[in-house]
Design a protein around this ligand. Structure first.
Ligand SMILES: Nc1ncnc2c1ncn2[C@@H]1O[C@H](COP(=O)(O)OP(=O)(O)OP(=O)(O)O)[C@@H](O)[C@H]1O
Length: 125
């Protein structure tokens, strides 16, 4: 079914939020990595509460969590677009997926470093 120009009407803001939530739910339902990120997020938030993080520490932890999940969502979207365009092996398809995965990887390393800097001293390490 074609998605015609006339179908691309401007949606009210609340409807756009609803589409974004549908996207997040779909990704949580289908992407193992995103399930892992949400599980880790729950654990980290618990430890943040347990150790009574200060404002600056919370800012870095939340930036690490939100950034990782947001990048993982973009990565999942890119994977879908690539799969939509081709189901054949194509070097550009590989590059697109691998570069997107690289972006997630870099931010994940940043997030791990943030976690270590904040939590290791609280564990006396
Ligand atoms: N059409 C394609 N052409 C060439 N290489 C591809 C193609 N599709 C996938 N690949 C390669 O295979 C790898 C695995 O692709 P896949 O679509 O399973 O995503 P993924 O990186 O395993 O992510 P996820 O674990 O979230 O599924 C990609 O990183 C890419 O290197």
């Amino acid at each position: 079914m074609d998605f015609q120009e006339k179908d691309k009407k401007r949606y009210p803001l609340i409807k756009s939020f609803s589409f974004a939530c549908q996207g997040i739910l779909e990704a949580v339902r289908t992407e193992r990595n995103i399930k892992i990120h949400f599980a880790l997020t729950a654990i980290i938030l618990f430890f943040g509460w347990f150790f009574s993080l200060n404002g600056m520490e919370w800012l870095f932890i939340l930036a690490a969590i939100a950034g990782t999940i947001a990048l993982e969502l973009v990565n999942s979207a890119i994977e879908r677009v690539v799969d939509l365009v081709t189901d054949q092996f194509h070097p550009l398809a590989k590059q697109a997926k691998d570069i997107a995965a690289g972006a997630v990887f870099i931010y994940a390393i940043f997030s791990i470093i943030v976690g270590l800097i904040i939590f290791l001293p609280k564990l006396g390490l």
